[in-house]
Design a protein around this ligand. Sequence first.
Ligand SMILES: Cc1cc2nc3c(=O)[nH]c(=O)nc-3n(C[C@H](O)[C@H](O)[C@H](O)COP(=O)(O)O)c2cc1C
Length: 194
Amino acid sequence: MNSKAIAIKEAKTEHPVLDIIKKRWSARSFSPQKISDTDMATLFEAASWAASAGNIQPWMYVYAHKGTKGFDSLFDCLDGGNQIWNKNASVLIASIKRKTADNKKENAWASHDTGMANAQLFLQAVSMEIYPHPMAGFDKEKLAKVLDLDEDHEPVCMISLGYLDEPEQLEEPFRTREITPRTRKPVSEFTKVL
Ligand SMILES: Cc1cc2nc3c(=O)[nH]c(=O)nc-3n(C[C@H](O)[C@H](O)[C@H](O)COP(=O)(O)O)c2cc1C
């Protein structure tokens, strides 16, 4: 457990929001504790109940536990900077979108809806004290090859998961990032009443 980081990272919001939203953050210090496949199924169930255009549900997930060949294959697709702190991740996930609908036409909302599913997975995870960290820092072509994806499927992001550990186990600059408060634009900066 990582009580110091939890206290620092919890969102200090302008307006009242759900506790689970305040508690989610993109952690990097993960403990060796394993995540069970039962819990993984719960996370994907949460993802599956996201809204999606036409209920197409364009998301797909491929995941692997640390200590497996699959994990090493996913890990190899990460950028160097992400590899440093992902050594301790319990699970790596490839979040993938299906680009077309059943009628073979392009689904313009595939990325949006996969992101919606990811957000639900994240909040479910935090409710179970599992911390998700989304990543764009990976080699998309390499990942598509490793996973043998067809033309209709494309990686959206990678996600690491783990239970929290102390920030001190991280090397810099990640240690400092793990205990730096999170900030957001004020709501007034990105909203307007018509
Ligand atoms: C699509 C996406 C890609 C991201 N890529 C990376 C990444 O490659 N490496 C990383 O350390 N964090 C990555 N992040 C995490 C963001 O830096 C983080 O969400 C942002 O700074 C806000 O912090 P918070 O999630 O703790 O609230 C990514 C987040 C998203 C949503």
